[in-house]
Design a protein around this ligand. Structure first.
Ligand code: G3P
Ligand code: CA
Length: 299
């Protein structure tokens, strides 16, 4: 179920020797280096003309199952979603776990910061009962467990590095992706440009996406600076300046909008030409796509 990828998985752009680029819009300066870019098409998130938008299940099918758990992932897969979004943070002993909040308080029966809890402590928590009794006993998955489930049963991962991460922490995440043999089915995204820069430095073959609450003045320039395959803004921010989509497409950058759960929002983003929509309601979005263009199944 992986995205179609050719043998040429990346393009070498040659040496960049123009010196450091000034800091702009919270994006750190880059030192001269050999730039390697994974295109949006290669990453499997660009939308060829006439095809339906890509459905990305936000934290899995999080309207139907506890977010960021394997049941939420299975529910999204059963609905037909090909991409799952998650949030990754390390435990106290450095194991990447899948959890959105900085604490476990809201989505488990425990309390405390994820970064202060060991993997054994995290694994002892119930991450399903808060959502519904049918999910009692669900555990907080490790990134490795989530990737293994995707590899064995299908699906790609929009992997969000949540919050600031050190270079070593990003290296650990990449190591897990490699160990699970999922490098070609993962797109790494973050609100933190530094985390993306670490990923690029460590693994330039992995495609990158930048999450934004608001559009940058020049999203294309930011995308080039960070070697992005995808620029991923909040849906409402994007619809305030939808011309940015065509600009990004001309630069070979895909646009994934988050987190949009209404048919009106899907219609407006679809008409504006986004490549994909990140939603808590993947089944409903897939149904909406089928009703809007019944001959073309969602990707
Ligand atoms: O993938 C987009 C979205 O997940 C970003 O916001 O807070 O849900 O991680 P948040
Ligand atoms: Ca997220």
């Amino acid at each position: 179920m992986g995205p179609a990828r050719g043998l040429l998985a990346w393009f070498a752009f040659g040496a960049v020797a123009l010196g450091a680029i000034a800091v702009s819009g919270g994006v750190p300066a880059l030192l001269p280096h050999r730039a390697v870019l994974v295109s949006a098409a290669t990453a499997g998130v660009s939308r060829p003309p006439g095809t339906p938008l890509t459905v990305v299940a936000h934290r899995g099918a999080s309207a139907d199952a506890p977010e960021n758990t394997l049941p939420a992932q299975r529910s999204a897969r059963a609905a037909g979603a090909v991409w799952i979004e998650n949030d990754v943070q390390p435990s106290a002993d450095g194991v990447p776990f899948v959890l959105h909040d900085s604490t476990v308080d809201r989505t488990t029966d425990g309390t405390g910061s994820i970064r202060r809890l060991t993997s054994a402590q995290l694994k002892s928590l119930d991450a399903g009962a808060w959502f519904g009794s049918a999910f009692t006993g669900t555990r907080v998955p490790t990134l490795a467990e989530q990737l293994a489930d995707l590899r064995e049963h299908g699906g790609n991962l929009l992997l969000e590095i949540k919050g600031p991460h050190t270079r070593d922490e990003v290296a650990t995440i990449i190591g897990v992706v490699r160990a699970e043999r999922m490098s070609r089915r993962v797109l790494i995204q973050s609100f933190d440009p530094v985390a993306l820069q670490h990923s690029y430095d460590l693994a330039p073959d992995l495609p990158l996406g930048l999450l934004r609450d608001e559009l940058d003045a020049d999203p294309v320039a930011v995308s080039a600076r960070l070697h992005l395959a995808a620029y991923n803004p909040a849906g409402a921010a994007l619809m305030a300046r939808p011309s940015a989509i065509a600009d990004l497409h001309r630069a070979g950058v895909a646009v994934l909008a988050w987190t949009v759960d209404s048919a009106d929002g899907w219609r407006r983003l679809d008409a504006a030409g986004v490549d994909g929509v990140i939603t808590n309601r993947p089944a409903a979005l897939i149904e909406w796509i089928a009703s809007a263009s019944p001959s073309r199944p969602p990707r």
